[in-house]
Design a protein around this ligand. Structure first.
Ligand SMILES: [Ca+2]
Ligand SMILES: [Ca+2]
Ligand SMILES: [Fe+2]
Ligand SMILES: [Fe+2]
Length: 582
Protein backbone atom coordinates (compact mmCIF):
# COMPACT_ATOMS: atom_id res chain seq x y z
CA UNK A 1 0.00 0.00 0.00
CA UNK A 2 2.74 2.39 0.90
CA UNK A 3 4.35 1.79 -2.41
CA UNK A 4 1.17 2.10 -4.28
CA UNK A 5 0.48 5.34 -2.47
CA UNK A 6 3.93 6.60 -3.11
CA UNK A 7 3.61 5.92 -6.81
CA UNK A 8 0.39 7.86 -7.13
CA UNK A 9 2.10 10.51 -5.11
CA UNK A 10 4.83 10.76 -7.71
CA UNK A 11 2.17 10.87 -10.37
CA UNK A 12 3.23 7.79 -12.23
CA UNK A 13 1.23 6.39 -15.07
CA UNK A 14 -1.29 3.58 -14.84
CA UNK A 15 0.77 0.62 -15.89
CA UNK A 16 3.16 1.37 -13.13
CA UNK A 17 0.35 2.11 -10.81
CA UNK A 18 -1.20 -1.29 -11.30
CA UNK A 19 2.22 -2.75 -10.89
CA UNK A 20 2.17 -1.70 -7.32
CA UNK A 21 -1.49 -1.78 -6.60
CA UNK A 22 -1.28 -4.62 -4.20
CA UNK A 23 2.39 -4.75 -3.71
CA UNK A 24 2.69 -3.18 -0.49
CA UNK A 25 5.02 -4.65 1.90
CA UNK A 26 8.12 -2.72 2.53
CA UNK A 27 10.94 -4.46 4.13
CA UNK A 28 14.04 -2.65 4.98
CA UNK A 29 16.95 -3.69 6.97
CA UNK A 30 19.06 -1.00 8.36
CA UNK A 31 22.72 -0.96 8.95
CA UNK A 32 24.06 1.18 11.65
CA UNK A 33 27.55 2.24 10.95
CA UNK A 34 28.62 5.05 13.17
CA UNK A 35 30.40 8.08 11.91
CA UNK A 36 33.35 7.47 14.14
CA UNK A 37 36.38 9.46 15.14
CA UNK A 38 37.15 12.60 13.21
CA UNK A 39 39.23 12.20 10.10
CA UNK A 40 42.93 12.81 9.93
CA UNK A 41 43.98 16.39 9.41
CA UNK A 42 44.95 15.86 5.79
CA UNK A 43 41.44 14.69 4.97
CA UNK A 44 39.36 16.56 2.37
CA UNK A 45 36.23 17.72 4.20
CA UNK A 46 33.16 19.19 2.61
CA UNK A 47 29.36 19.41 2.75
CA UNK A 48 26.90 18.33 0.07
CA UNK A 49 23.34 19.62 -0.13
CA UNK A 50 20.73 19.18 -2.82
CA UNK A 51 17.36 20.42 -4.00
CA UNK A 52 17.36 23.62 -1.95
CA UNK A 53 14.23 24.75 -3.80
CA UNK A 54 14.52 28.35 -2.64
CA UNK A 55 11.22 30.25 -2.79
CA UNK A 56 10.76 33.97 -2.29
CA UNK A 57 8.85 34.20 1.04
CA UNK A 58 5.19 35.25 0.69
CA UNK A 59 3.85 38.28 2.54
CA UNK A 60 1.22 36.10 4.17
CA UNK A 61 0.60 32.35 4.50
CA UNK A 62 -2.13 30.95 2.26
CA UNK A 63 -4.44 28.23 3.63
CA UNK A 64 -4.37 25.02 1.58
CA UNK A 65 -5.45 22.03 3.67
CA UNK A 66 -8.85 22.25 5.27
CA UNK A 67 -9.14 20.85 8.76
CA UNK A 68 -5.44 20.62 9.58
CA UNK A 69 -4.83 22.80 12.62
CA UNK A 70 -1.07 23.09 12.31
CA UNK A 71 -0.03 22.31 8.74
CA UNK A 72 -2.92 24.03 6.94
CA UNK A 73 -0.49 25.83 4.63
CA UNK A 74 1.38 22.65 3.58
CA UNK A 75 1.51 21.89 -0.15
CA UNK A 76 1.35 18.96 -2.51
CA UNK A 77 5.12 18.76 -2.76
CA UNK A 78 5.39 18.64 1.04
CA UNK A 79 8.32 21.05 0.77
CA UNK A 80 8.72 23.89 3.26
CA UNK A 81 8.53 26.60 0.65
CA UNK A 82 7.80 29.52 2.98
CA UNK A 83 10.59 28.57 5.39
CA UNK A 84 13.07 27.69 2.60
CA UNK A 85 14.94 31.00 2.69
CA UNK A 86 15.52 30.69 6.46
CA UNK A 87 16.52 27.01 6.26
CA UNK A 88 19.09 27.85 3.56
CA UNK A 89 20.44 30.69 5.73
CA UNK A 90 20.87 28.29 8.65
CA UNK A 91 22.55 25.72 6.40
CA UNK A 92 25.06 28.31 5.16
CA UNK A 93 25.70 29.38 8.78
CA UNK A 94 26.55 25.78 9.63
CA UNK A 95 28.84 25.53 6.58
CA UNK A 96 30.61 28.75 7.61
CA UNK A 97 31.06 27.74 11.25
CA UNK A 98 32.08 24.10 10.82
CA UNK A 99 35.71 22.99 10.61
CA UNK A 100 34.39 19.93 8.77
CA UNK A 101 33.57 22.05 5.74
CA UNK A 102 36.21 23.36 3.33
CA UNK A 103 33.84 23.78 0.39
CA UNK A 104 30.16 23.19 -0.46
CA UNK A 105 28.65 21.17 -3.30
CA UNK A 106 25.03 21.80 -4.40
CA UNK A 107 23.56 19.20 -6.75
CA UNK A 108 20.77 21.12 -8.47
CA UNK A 109 17.25 22.46 -7.98
CA UNK A 110 18.83 25.44 -6.27
CA UNK A 111 15.51 27.26 -6.53
CA UNK A 112 11.93 26.12 -6.92
CA UNK A 113 10.55 28.16 -9.82
CA UNK A 114 13.71 29.27 -11.56
CA UNK A 115 12.26 28.65 -14.99
CA UNK A 116 9.57 31.29 -14.50
CA UNK A 117 10.84 33.48 -11.63
CA UNK A 118 14.39 34.59 -12.33
CA UNK A 119 14.42 36.64 -9.11
CA UNK A 120 14.69 33.39 -7.14
CA UNK A 121 18.11 32.82 -8.71
CA UNK A 122 19.17 36.40 -8.00
CA UNK A 123 18.27 35.94 -4.30
CA UNK A 124 19.88 32.51 -4.08
CA UNK A 125 23.10 33.66 -5.73
CA UNK A 126 23.21 36.65 -3.34
CA UNK A 127 23.06 34.27 -0.36
CA UNK A 128 25.91 32.20 -1.80
CA UNK A 129 27.92 35.32 -2.64
CA UNK A 130 27.61 36.59 0.94
CA UNK A 131 28.55 33.17 2.29
CA UNK A 132 31.65 32.88 0.10
CA UNK A 133 32.83 36.37 1.00
CA UNK A 134 32.33 35.95 4.73
CA UNK A 135 33.59 32.38 5.08
CA UNK A 136 36.14 32.21 2.27
CA UNK A 137 34.75 28.75 1.44
CA UNK A 138 33.94 28.08 -2.21
CA UNK A 139 30.57 26.81 -3.43
CA UNK A 140 30.12 24.63 -6.53
CA UNK A 141 26.73 24.24 -8.20
CA UNK A 142 25.23 22.19 -11.01
CA UNK A 143 21.77 22.90 -12.47
CA UNK A 144 18.67 20.81 -11.73
CA UNK A 145 15.43 20.54 -13.67
CA UNK A 146 13.87 23.46 -11.76
CA UNK A 147 16.70 25.83 -12.60
CA UNK A 148 16.62 26.68 -16.29
CA UNK A 149 14.96 25.78 -19.59
CA UNK A 150 14.51 26.81 -23.18
CA UNK A 151 12.13 29.73 -23.73
CA UNK A 152 12.08 30.38 -19.99
CA UNK A 153 12.74 33.35 -17.73
CA UNK A 154 16.04 31.65 -16.96
CA UNK A 155 17.87 30.02 -19.86
CA UNK A 156 21.27 28.34 -19.73
CA UNK A 157 23.19 31.58 -20.30
CA UNK A 158 21.26 33.30 -17.52
CA UNK A 159 21.96 30.43 -15.15
CA UNK A 160 25.68 30.38 -15.87
CA UNK A 161 25.85 34.17 -15.55
CA UNK A 162 24.05 34.26 -12.18
CA UNK A 163 26.11 31.43 -10.70
CA UNK A 164 29.36 32.44 -12.37
CA UNK A 165 31.22 32.59 -9.05
CA UNK A 166 30.11 29.11 -8.02
CA UNK A 167 32.15 26.88 -10.30
CA UNK A 168 31.97 28.45 -13.73
CA UNK A 169 34.55 31.23 -13.21
CA UNK A 170 37.18 28.71 -12.17
CA UNK A 171 36.21 26.04 -14.69
CA UNK A 172 39.09 24.12 -16.24
CA UNK A 173 36.76 23.23 -19.06
CA UNK A 174 33.05 23.41 -19.91
CA UNK A 175 30.79 21.49 -22.26
CA UNK A 176 29.21 23.79 -24.83
CA UNK A 177 25.42 23.99 -24.70
CA UNK A 178 25.19 22.56 -21.16
CA UNK A 179 25.83 23.79 -17.62
CA UNK A 180 28.68 21.26 -17.22
CA UNK A 181 32.22 22.15 -16.09
CA UNK A 182 35.22 20.77 -14.26
CA UNK A 183 37.06 22.42 -11.37
CA UNK A 184 39.79 21.42 -8.95
CA UNK A 185 38.41 21.09 -5.43
CA UNK A 186 41.95 20.85 -4.00
CA UNK A 187 45.26 19.14 -4.82
CA UNK A 188 43.68 15.68 -4.71
CA UNK A 189 40.17 15.88 -6.08
CA UNK A 190 38.64 17.26 -9.27
CA UNK A 191 34.93 17.92 -9.61
CA UNK A 192 33.16 16.89 -12.80
CA UNK A 193 29.94 18.91 -12.57
CA UNK A 194 27.67 17.29 -15.14
CA UNK A 195 24.49 19.00 -16.28
CA UNK A 196 22.20 15.94 -16.52
CA UNK A 197 19.11 17.99 -17.43
CA UNK A 198 17.21 18.30 -20.68
CA UNK A 199 16.32 22.00 -20.86
CA UNK A 200 13.27 21.25 -22.98
CA UNK A 201 11.80 18.72 -20.50
CA UNK A 202 10.32 19.27 -17.07
CA UNK A 203 11.78 16.38 -15.08
CA UNK A 204 13.47 13.71 -17.17
CA UNK A 205 17.19 13.50 -17.74
CA UNK A 206 19.05 14.79 -20.76
CA UNK A 207 22.00 12.42 -20.84
CA UNK A 208 23.60 12.01 -24.26
CA UNK A 209 26.48 10.25 -25.93
CA UNK A 210 28.21 13.62 -26.15
CA UNK A 211 27.93 14.17 -22.38
CA UNK A 212 29.24 10.66 -21.71
CA UNK A 213 32.27 11.09 -23.92
CA UNK A 214 32.93 14.47 -22.28
CA UNK A 215 32.88 12.77 -18.85
CA UNK A 216 35.29 10.11 -20.16
CA UNK A 217 37.67 12.78 -21.42
CA UNK A 218 37.48 14.70 -18.14
CA UNK A 219 37.99 11.59 -16.00
CA UNK A 220 41.04 10.64 -18.06
CA UNK A 221 42.34 14.19 -17.89
CA UNK A 222 41.91 14.21 -14.11
CA UNK A 223 43.86 10.98 -13.81
CA UNK A 224 46.62 12.33 -16.06
CA UNK A 225 46.80 15.43 -13.83
CA UNK A 226 47.04 13.26 -10.70
CA UNK A 227 43.51 14.01 -9.41
CA UNK A 228 40.68 11.74 -8.38
CA UNK A 229 37.46 12.57 -10.26
CA UNK A 230 34.26 13.16 -8.24
CA UNK A 231 31.06 13.56 -10.26
CA UNK A 232 28.06 15.66 -9.31
CA UNK A 233 24.81 15.74 -11.28
CA UNK A 234 21.14 16.28 -10.52
CA UNK A 235 19.58 13.02 -11.77
CA UNK A 236 20.23 9.74 -9.97
CA UNK A 237 22.75 7.23 -11.30
CA UNK A 238 21.54 4.16 -9.39
CA UNK A 239 18.16 3.00 -8.06
CA UNK A 240 17.11 4.68 -4.82
CA UNK A 241 13.67 3.11 -4.86
CA UNK A 242 12.73 -0.44 -5.75
CA UNK A 243 13.03 -0.59 -9.53
CA UNK A 244 13.31 3.17 -9.76
CA UNK A 245 14.04 2.90 -13.49
CA UNK A 246 10.54 1.53 -13.99
CA UNK A 247 8.36 3.35 -11.50
CA UNK A 248 10.18 6.65 -11.23
CA UNK A 249 11.83 6.73 -14.62
CA UNK A 250 12.23 10.48 -14.87
CA UNK A 251 14.40 10.57 -11.81
CA UNK A 252 17.24 8.31 -12.92
CA UNK A 253 19.54 8.64 -15.93
CA UNK A 254 18.65 6.50 -18.92
CA UNK A 255 20.75 3.32 -19.43
CA UNK A 256 21.77 3.72 -15.84
CA UNK A 257 23.68 0.44 -15.43
CA UNK A 258 25.66 1.10 -18.60
CA UNK A 259 26.37 4.63 -17.42
CA UNK A 260 27.37 3.39 -13.96
CA UNK A 261 29.68 0.79 -15.54
CA UNK A 262 31.35 3.42 -17.70
CA UNK A 263 31.73 5.93 -14.86
CA UNK A 264 33.17 3.27 -12.54
CA UNK A 265 35.62 2.03 -15.17
CA UNK A 266 36.70 5.60 -15.88
CA UNK A 267 37.82 5.87 -12.27
CA UNK A 268 34.86 7.75 -10.76
CA UNK A 269 34.08 6.34 -7.33
CA UNK A 270 31.86 9.04 -5.85
CA UNK A 271 28.73 10.46 -7.48
CA UNK A 272 26.51 13.05 -5.78
CA UNK A 273 22.93 13.37 -6.96
CA UNK A 274 19.54 14.73 -5.80
CA UNK A 275 16.20 15.05 -7.61
CA UNK A 276 14.41 12.13 -5.89
CA UNK A 277 14.43 14.06 -2.57
CA UNK A 278 15.36 10.97 -0.59
CA UNK A 279 18.44 10.28 1.46
CA UNK A 280 19.84 7.11 -0.02
CA UNK A 281 23.23 5.65 -0.80
CA UNK A 282 23.60 2.89 -3.39
CA UNK A 283 26.58 1.04 -4.77
CA UNK A 284 27.35 -0.81 -7.98
CA UNK A 285 30.32 -2.86 -9.12
CA UNK A 286 31.21 -2.90 -12.80
CA UNK A 287 32.00 -6.19 -14.56
CA UNK A 288 35.66 -5.18 -14.38
CA UNK A 289 35.34 -4.90 -10.60
CA UNK A 290 35.29 -1.12 -10.20
CA UNK A 291 33.05 0.12 -7.41
CA UNK A 292 30.96 3.29 -7.64
CA UNK A 293 28.71 4.96 -5.06
CA UNK A 294 25.73 7.17 -5.79
CA UNK A 295 24.82 9.35 -2.82
CA UNK A 296 21.37 10.80 -3.36
CA UNK A 297 20.95 13.69 -0.94
CA UNK A 298 17.51 14.65 0.28
CA UNK A 299 15.96 18.06 -0.41
CA UNK A 300 17.42 20.53 2.08
CA UNK A 301 14.10 22.31 2.62
CA UNK A 302 11.97 19.20 3.11
CA UNK A 303 11.88 16.59 5.87
CA UNK A 304 14.41 15.43 7.14
CA UNK A 305 16.07 18.84 6.41
CA UNK A 306 19.43 17.15 5.97
CA UNK A 307 22.71 17.57 4.15
CA UNK A 308 25.80 15.35 4.06
CA UNK A 309 29.26 15.85 5.54
CA UNK A 310 32.10 14.00 3.78
CA UNK A 311 35.67 13.42 4.87
CA UNK A 312 37.93 11.81 2.28
CA UNK A 313 41.37 10.30 2.59
CA UNK A 314 43.11 7.95 0.16
CA UNK A 315 41.96 5.03 2.27
CA UNK A 316 38.54 6.07 3.37
CA UNK A 317 35.32 7.87 2.45
CA UNK A 318 33.55 8.86 5.68
CA UNK A 319 30.11 10.38 5.60
CA UNK A 320 27.33 11.44 7.91
CA UNK A 321 23.97 13.19 7.59
CA UNK A 322 23.45 16.44 9.47
CA UNK A 323 20.14 18.08 10.14
CA UNK A 324 18.83 21.64 10.32
CA UNK A 325 16.91 21.64 13.58
CA UNK A 326 16.28 25.35 14.04
CA UNK A 327 15.79 28.52 12.07
CA UNK A 328 15.54 32.19 12.98
CA UNK A 329 11.79 32.24 13.67
CA UNK A 330 11.94 35.95 14.59
CA UNK A 331 13.15 36.71 11.09
CA UNK A 332 10.53 34.31 9.71
CA UNK A 333 7.59 36.01 11.42
CA UNK A 334 8.99 39.46 10.66
CA UNK A 335 8.89 38.54 6.95
CA UNK A 336 5.73 36.43 6.61
CA UNK A 337 2.38 37.13 8.29
CA UNK A 338 0.00 34.42 9.44
CA UNK A 339 2.01 32.04 11.60
CA UNK A 340 0.27 31.09 14.85
CA UNK A 341 2.15 31.04 18.14
CA UNK A 342 1.59 27.28 18.26
CA UNK A 343 3.36 26.79 14.92
CA UNK A 344 6.29 28.95 16.01
CA UNK A 345 6.53 27.15 19.36
CA UNK A 346 6.60 23.79 17.56
CA UNK A 347 9.31 25.02 15.18
CA UNK A 348 11.37 26.30 18.08
CA UNK A 349 10.93 23.04 19.97
CA UNK A 350 12.46 21.12 17.04
CA UNK A 351 12.27 22.08 13.40
CA UNK A 352 12.91 18.53 12.24
CA UNK A 353 9.80 17.16 13.97
CA UNK A 354 7.80 20.07 12.59
CA UNK A 355 9.09 19.26 9.10
CA UNK A 356 7.97 15.66 9.52
CA UNK A 357 4.45 16.73 10.42
CA UNK A 358 4.49 19.08 7.45
CA UNK A 359 5.61 16.26 5.13
CA UNK A 360 2.96 13.86 6.42
CA UNK A 361 0.24 16.49 5.92
CA UNK A 362 1.44 17.30 2.40
CA UNK A 363 1.75 13.65 1.33
CA UNK A 364 -1.75 12.84 2.61
CA UNK A 365 -3.15 15.88 0.85
CA UNK A 366 -1.61 14.89 -2.45
CA UNK A 367 -2.44 11.20 -2.21
CA UNK A 368 -5.99 11.89 -1.11
CA UNK A 369 -6.55 14.02 -4.17
CA UNK A 370 -5.10 11.22 -6.31
CA UNK A 371 -7.73 8.69 -5.22
CA UNK A 372 -10.21 9.52 -7.90
CA UNK A 373 -10.54 7.32 -10.95
CA UNK A 374 -10.57 10.29 -13.29
CA UNK A 375 -7.36 11.61 -11.66
CA UNK A 376 -5.70 8.27 -12.27
CA UNK A 377 -6.48 8.36 -15.97
CA UNK A 378 -7.73 4.78 -16.16
CA UNK A 379 -9.89 4.02 -19.17
CA UNK A 380 -13.26 2.57 -18.24
CA UNK A 381 -12.70 -0.39 -20.55
CA UNK A 382 -9.34 -1.23 -18.98
CA UNK A 383 -9.24 -4.80 -17.75
CA UNK A 384 -8.28 -3.64 -14.27
CA UNK A 385 -10.76 -0.75 -14.02
CA UNK A 386 -13.08 -2.63 -11.65
CA UNK A 387 -10.17 -3.94 -9.66
CA UNK A 388 -8.72 -0.50 -9.15
CA UNK A 389 -12.09 1.13 -8.49
CA UNK A 390 -12.88 -1.46 -5.84
CA UNK A 391 -9.42 -1.26 -4.34
CA UNK A 392 -9.45 2.51 -4.16
CA UNK A 393 -12.90 2.65 -2.58
CA UNK A 394 -11.87 0.20 0.12
CA UNK A 395 -8.50 1.78 0.56
CA UNK A 396 -9.88 5.25 1.23
CA UNK A 397 -12.15 3.84 3.92
CA UNK A 398 -9.30 1.92 5.53
CA UNK A 399 -7.10 5.02 5.46
CA UNK A 400 -9.63 7.53 6.71
CA UNK A 401 -11.61 5.68 9.38
CA UNK A 402 -10.20 5.82 12.92
CA UNK A 403 -8.06 2.77 13.66
CA UNK A 404 -9.41 2.37 17.18
CA UNK A 405 -12.61 2.79 19.09
CA UNK A 406 -16.19 1.86 18.29
CA UNK A 407 -16.77 1.12 14.61
CA UNK A 408 -13.05 1.58 13.94
CA UNK A 409 -10.78 -0.40 11.66
CA UNK A 410 -9.54 -2.54 14.54
CA UNK A 411 -13.12 -3.75 15.09
CA UNK A 412 -13.72 -4.41 11.40
CA UNK A 413 -10.47 -6.35 11.14
CA UNK A 414 -11.40 -8.47 14.14
CA UNK A 415 -14.35 -9.79 12.13
CA UNK A 416 -11.80 -11.35 9.80
CA UNK A 417 -9.62 -12.57 12.66
CA UNK A 418 -7.06 -9.91 11.83
CA UNK A 419 -5.62 -8.42 14.98
CA UNK A 420 -4.57 -4.77 14.64
CA UNK A 421 -2.26 -4.03 17.59
CA UNK A 422 -2.86 -0.93 19.72
CA UNK A 423 -0.69 2.04 18.84
CA UNK A 424 -0.65 5.82 18.88
CA UNK A 425 -1.44 5.96 15.15
CA UNK A 426 -4.75 7.72 14.59
CA UNK A 427 -5.70 6.18 11.25
CA UNK A 428 -4.31 4.46 8.19
CA UNK A 429 -3.04 7.76 6.77
CA UNK A 430 -1.00 8.30 9.86
CA UNK A 431 0.92 5.06 9.46
CA UNK A 432 1.23 5.24 5.68
CA UNK A 433 2.65 8.76 5.73
CA UNK A 434 4.97 7.66 8.53
CA UNK A 435 6.39 4.93 6.27
CA UNK A 436 6.74 7.42 3.39
CA UNK A 437 8.72 9.69 5.72
CA UNK A 438 11.08 6.78 6.45
CA UNK A 439 11.86 6.54 2.74
CA UNK A 440 12.83 10.21 2.60
CA UNK A 441 14.96 10.01 5.74
CA UNK A 442 16.91 6.93 4.58
CA UNK A 443 18.42 4.13 6.69
CA UNK A 444 14.82 2.94 6.81
CA UNK A 445 14.22 1.17 10.11
CA UNK A 446 12.04 -1.51 8.55
CA UNK A 447 11.70 -4.60 10.64
CA UNK A 448 9.22 -7.16 9.42
CA UNK A 449 8.11 -7.98 12.91
CA UNK A 450 7.88 -4.45 14.25
CA UNK A 451 4.50 -3.24 15.42
CA UNK A 452 4.41 -0.51 12.75
CA UNK A 453 4.91 -2.95 9.89
CA UNK A 454 2.52 -5.45 11.46
CA UNK A 455 -0.24 -2.83 11.56
CA UNK A 456 0.50 -1.89 8.00
CA UNK A 457 0.49 -5.48 6.71
CA UNK A 458 -2.73 -6.24 8.52
CA UNK A 459 -4.39 -3.23 6.93
CA UNK A 460 -3.33 -4.68 3.58
CA UNK A 461 -4.71 -8.04 4.61
CA UNK A 462 -7.96 -6.36 5.56
CA UNK A 463 -8.11 -4.66 2.19
CA UNK A 464 -7.73 -8.03 0.52
CA UNK A 465 -10.28 -9.80 2.62
CA UNK A 466 -12.90 -7.12 3.10
CA UNK A 467 -12.69 -5.45 -0.23
CA UNK A 468 -10.90 -7.23 -3.03
CA UNK A 469 -12.44 -10.61 -2.25
CA UNK A 470 -15.28 -9.53 -4.54
CA UNK A 471 -12.99 -9.12 -7.54
CA UNK A 472 -12.87 -12.20 -9.72
CA UNK A 473 -9.79 -14.39 -10.04
CA UNK A 474 -9.79 -13.82 -13.76
CA UNK A 475 -9.26 -10.10 -13.30
CA UNK A 476 -6.37 -10.66 -10.92
CA UNK A 477 -4.68 -13.13 -13.24
CA UNK A 478 -5.10 -10.90 -16.29
CA UNK A 479 -3.64 -7.97 -14.38
CA UNK A 480 -0.79 -10.14 -13.10
CA UNK A 481 -0.01 -11.42 -16.58
CA UNK A 482 0.02 -7.93 -18.04
CA UNK A 483 2.27 -6.76 -15.34
CA UNK A 484 4.76 -9.56 -15.32
CA UNK A 485 5.21 -9.66 -19.04
CA UNK A 486 5.91 -5.94 -18.71
CA UNK A 487 8.56 -6.67 -16.07
CA UNK A 488 9.76 -9.79 -17.88
CA UNK A 489 9.53 -11.84 -14.73
CA UNK A 490 6.82 -14.36 -15.66
CA UNK A 491 8.74 -17.37 -14.40
CA UNK A 492 9.15 -15.83 -10.97
CA UNK A 493 5.38 -15.64 -10.68
CA UNK A 494 5.10 -19.38 -11.24
CA UNK A 495 7.74 -20.08 -8.60
CA UNK A 496 6.06 -17.79 -6.14
CA UNK A 497 2.69 -19.31 -6.77
CA UNK A 498 4.11 -22.77 -6.06
CA UNK A 499 5.89 -21.52 -2.99
CA UNK A 500 2.78 -19.75 -1.75
CA UNK A 501 0.74 -22.90 -2.21
CA UNK A 502 3.22 -24.97 -0.24
CA UNK A 503 3.23 -22.52 2.66
CA UNK A 504 -0.39 -21.42 2.74
CA UNK A 505 -2.28 -24.31 1.32
CA UNK A 506 -5.47 -22.92 -0.14
CA UNK A 507 -5.52 -19.15 -0.27
CA UNK A 508 -7.26 -16.77 -2.59
CA UNK A 509 -5.93 -15.68 -5.92
CA UNK A 510 -5.80 -12.18 -4.53
CA UNK A 511 -3.33 -13.32 -1.91
CA UNK A 512 -1.16 -15.02 -4.52
CA UNK A 513 -1.31 -11.88 -6.55
CA UNK A 514 -0.17 -9.82 -3.61
CA UNK A 515 2.78 -12.12 -3.05
CA UNK A 516 3.70 -12.14 -6.70
CA UNK A 517 3.60 -8.38 -6.96
CA UNK A 518 5.36 -7.75 -3.73
CA UNK A 519 8.45 -9.69 -4.66
CA UNK A 520 10.18 -7.64 -7.36
CA UNK A 521 9.13 -4.38 -5.79
CA UNK A 522 10.48 -4.99 -2.37
CA UNK A 523 13.66 -6.55 -3.68
CA UNK A 524 15.50 -3.27 -3.78
CA UNK A 525 14.40 -2.42 -0.25
CA UNK A 526 15.69 -5.75 0.97
CA UNK A 527 18.77 -5.27 -1.17
CA UNK A 528 19.20 -1.86 0.45
CA UNK A 529 21.30 -3.84 2.86
CA UNK A 530 24.21 -3.56 0.43
CA UNK A 531 26.81 -2.67 3.04
CA UNK A 532 26.39 1.04 2.41
CA UNK A 533 24.27 2.81 4.99
CA UNK A 534 22.16 5.61 3.58
CA UNK A 535 23.23 8.22 6.13
CA UNK A 536 26.36 7.38 8.10
CA UNK A 537 29.30 5.21 7.22
CA UNK A 538 32.86 4.62 6.10
CA UNK A 539 33.78 3.15 2.71
CA UNK A 540 37.05 2.30 0.94
CA UNK A 541 38.61 5.47 -0.48
CA UNK A 542 39.85 6.37 -3.94
CA UNK A 543 43.32 5.01 -3.18
CA UNK A 544 42.08 1.49 -2.49
CA UNK A 545 41.69 -1.35 -4.97
CA UNK A 546 38.70 -3.65 -4.98
CA UNK A 547 40.17 -7.02 -4.05
CA UNK A 548 37.13 -8.78 -5.49
CA UNK A 549 37.90 -7.43 -8.93
CA UNK A 550 36.96 -10.11 -11.41
CA UNK A 551 35.01 -10.64 -14.58
CA UNK A 552 32.40 -12.75 -12.79
CA UNK A 553 30.95 -9.53 -11.43
CA UNK A 554 28.80 -9.36 -14.49
CA UNK A 555 27.12 -12.63 -13.57
CA UNK A 556 27.06 -11.73 -9.93
CA UNK A 557 25.14 -8.55 -10.63
CA UNK A 558 22.54 -10.52 -12.54
CA UNK A 559 22.22 -13.48 -10.20
CA UNK A 560 22.25 -11.21 -7.14
CA UNK A 561 19.14 -9.47 -8.42
CA UNK A 562 17.28 -12.74 -8.78
CA UNK A 563 18.60 -14.08 -5.52
CA UNK A 564 17.42 -10.92 -3.75
CA UNK A 565 14.00 -11.24 -5.29
CA UNK A 566 13.65 -14.86 -4.37
CA UNK A 567 14.95 -14.48 -0.85
CA UNK A 568 12.63 -11.53 -0.38
CA UNK A 569 9.71 -13.63 -1.48
CA UNK A 570 10.54 -16.41 0.93
CA UNK A 571 10.81 -13.91 3.78
CA UNK A 572 7.54 -12.32 2.84
CA UNK A 573 5.73 -15.59 2.53
CA UNK A 574 6.93 -16.58 5.98
CA UNK A 575 5.97 -13.26 7.49
CA UNK A 576 2.60 -13.05 5.82
CA UNK A 577 1.78 -16.58 6.84
CA UNK A 578 2.61 -15.64 10.42
CA UNK A 579 1.00 -12.23 10.48
CA UNK A 580 -1.99 -12.53 8.21
CA UNK A 581 -2.94 -16.14 8.48
CA UNK A 582 -1.88 -16.38 12.12
CA1 LIG B 1 20.51 2.49 0.07
CA1 LIG C 1 17.06 3.74 1.45
FE1 LIG D 1 14.05 18.75 -6.54
FE1 LIG E 1 14.78 17.78 -9.55
Amino acid sequence: MIYYLYIIYRGVEMKKFISVLLSTVIVISSLAIGFTASAADDATKFFVASDLHYNIPSEELVPVIEGDEIYWYANRRAAMEEESSFIIDEFLNQCAESDDCEFVLLSGDLVDNGKSIHQEHIDMAAKLEKFEQESGKPVYVVPGNHDYGVDCETNLDDFVRVYNHFGYDEALTTLEGTGSYTADLNDDYRLIALDSCDPSKSTEDGMSAEKLSWVKEQAEKAKADGKYPILMMHHNLLDHLPLQRIISRNFIVRFHYTTATLFADWGIKLVFTGHEHCSDAATYTSPAGNVIYDFATTALTMYPLEYRAFSLTDDEIKYESRSIDSIDTDALTATIRGYSQEQIDLMNAGLNDYAKGFLKAGVQYRLGKGFRMEEMGIAEDAIYYDLVATAVGGLVKILEDPLYGEGGIQELAAEYNIDIPDSEYKNGWDIVTELVSWHYAGSEPYDLFSRDIAIFLRLVALLLKDDLATVSDEVFFKAANDLFSFFGTDSIVRDITKLGASVFGGVTTAEYFLLALVSPLISAFIADDDGVDDNNGALPGYGTVNVQSRISNIFENITDTFKDVFEAVIDIVKVLSKIIIG
